[in-house]
Design a protein around this ligand. Structure first.
Ligand SMILES: [Zn+2]
Length: 199
């Protein structure tokens, strides 16, 4: 245990995902030894990211305005929506350069263990986007793990009544992981080889 602010810093860092007490301590001492200007920039960007960045009104991707860059881009295909769990998955899919449509970020995946059901995800908002018939294909690009599969199964059941094609990424992604862990070639291939959900 350290005194005052040092321990506070270690405690705060330790709350972040993937950072245990040991690593939090290492980062804290790195910050203590670092150049004050570097740390001021870090502090500024932490504050700015909470003040300025928001979620897109349409797709819930991170955005600096009401709408994200992708939703504002008229060249993007409005007839295809790729459904992902988190905004970081948008980045992973964009890296493949395989997809020119729009996105919908659910904000997580169905997980009974963590108490996350369909109501906690932005599924109602997705249904709202599909109501006017512009969208002809929904690509389910949830993570290749139990929660992601459960979410895709739930969505494909609920979308089956609608007049549109529902597809799922081809297998071959690293099972059990996050979409972002797949390299862009593998993810791109899974996109190109997508198949009808429920087949
Ligand atoms: Zn958007």
């Amino acid at each position: 245990m350290y005194e005052g602010p040092v321990q506070d810093l270690i405690d705060e860092l330790g709350q972040l995902p993937g950072i245990g007490p040991k690593r939090a301590q290492r980062i804290a001492f790195h910050i203590l030894a670092a150049d004050p200007d570097d740390i001021r920039r870090l502090a500024d960007v932490l504050r700015l990211v909470k003040e300025k960045v928001r979620f897109c009104d349409i797709c819930f991707n991170v955005a600096e305005d009401e709408q994200c860059r992708i939703c504002r881009d008229a060249r993007r295909d409005a007839t295809v929506i790729c459904v992902v769990e988190e905004a970081k998955d948008v980045v992973a899919v964009e890296r493949t350069r395989e997809f020119r449509g729009r996105y919908h970020v659910l904000g997580g995946a169905i997980s009974p263990l963590e108490g996350i059901g369909p109501e906690q995800l932005r599924i109602r908002e997705l249904m709202g986007r599909l109501a006017d018939g512009t969208v002809t294909e929904v690509i389910l690009a949830t993570d290749p793990n139990i929660e992601g599969d459960a979410t895709a199964a739930y969505l494909s059941r609920n979308l089956a009544v609608m007049d549109l094609r529902v597809t799922r990424l081809a297998s071959g992604l690293p099972v059990g992981g996050d979409l972002e862990y797949a390299d862009e070639v593998t993810l791109g291939r899974a996109f190109a080889g997508r198949r009808n959900a429920g087949d």
